[in-house]
Design a protein around this ligand. Structure first.
Ligand SMILES: N[C@@H](CCC(=O)N[C@@H](CS)C(=O)NCC(=O)O)C(=O)O
Length: 263
């Protein structure tokens, strides 16, 4: 394993930016502990609780603690870890390739991210559900526009978003989009976007994919969640979180035991 066990990553497996950080960490076999921090909750393990806010005033997950370093925001965390551990393949040092990573990631905040804020989130968090019925169709329209642009711009030019191999941009984008697709939430069909469809399959074939997405597999299709009452939804989210956390913890342990990857 790479690095001392001083690194703690806070979050829950159903959070997209949390998975975008955890997945490369498991692939790269960095030693870390996965600490529960539940978005929107107070108390000892909630992002609104005083302990979490004292360390991470931005109040979001993922959050990283590395001895006296406290860092929020998935892009900042991924670039910190990549530079710290010299993960030059997933965070290229080539000036243009790195600029392409940042081009995508800067754009994604008001575009790809809406797959979660406007579609996934309201399915799993009634408190984040806008009034009326149009939110879903409007959200899905924005996801369609995002898919179209990713397909015809970045993925038309190169097999992955910033070049010929996956970078932190690809991990981030996959986590936002795949959760809605045929493998998991079953709300979006990517088949009219050939480059995006090919890319989704390539990302899904990366190591530890299934373990990192066990929470989504357990959650199942998103549509039926809208018919659940608060207790039923809570039970479903609890089961997904439990399955996801167990699979991620097992993947971290398995990676610890694996022979070191070539540098
Ligand atoms: N731009 C942030 C987004 C983080 C974010 O929105 N995380 C959500 C969970 S997916 C969260 O922590 N929300 C806190 C809350 O709802 O109170 C990143 O990439 O880290």
């Amino acid at each position: 394993m790479d690095g001392a066990m001083s690194i703690k990553i806070y979050g829950v497996p159903l959070s997209q930016p949390v998975r975008a950080v955890l997945w490369p960490c498991v692939i790269k076999r960095v030693a870390f502990s996965f600490e529960a921090a539940v978005p929107g909750m107070g108390g000892r393990i909630g992002t609104k609780g005083p302990d979490f806010r004292a360390k991470f005033p931005l109040g979001t997950v993922p959050a990283l603690e590395d001895k006296d370093v406290h860092l929020s925001e998935s892009v900042a965390i991924l670039s910190y870890l990549s530079d710290k551990f010299s993960w030059h393949d997933i965070y290229p040092t080539d000036v243009l390739e790195r600029a392409r990573v940042h081009e995508y990631m800067s754009w994604s905040h008001r575009n790809t991210r809406e797959a979660s804020t406007r579609v996934f989130g309201p399915h799993v968090r009634p408190d984040a559900r806008p009034a009326g019925t149009s939110w879903r169709d409007e959200g899905l329209k924005s996801v369609e526009a995002t898919c179209k642009l990713i397909d015809s711009y970045w993925l038309q030019r190169t097999p992955f978003l910033a070049g010929h191999a996956p970078t932190i941009a690809d991990f981030s984008a996959y986590e936002e989009l795949a959760q809605l697709g045929p493998r998991f939430g079953k709300l979006v069909d990517f088949s009219s976007h050939p480059n995006l469809s090919r890319w989704i399959e390539q990302m899904a074939s990366l190591p530890h994919h299934d373990a990192m997405h066990a929470s989504l597999t357990e959650l199942g299709p998103l549509d039926p969640l809208l018919a659940l009452d608060a207790k039923q939804l809570g039970a479903k989210l609890g089961a997904a979180t439990k399955a996801g956390t167990a699979a991620i913890t097992a993947a971290v342990k398995a990676a610890e035991k694996a022979t070191p990857a070539p540098a």
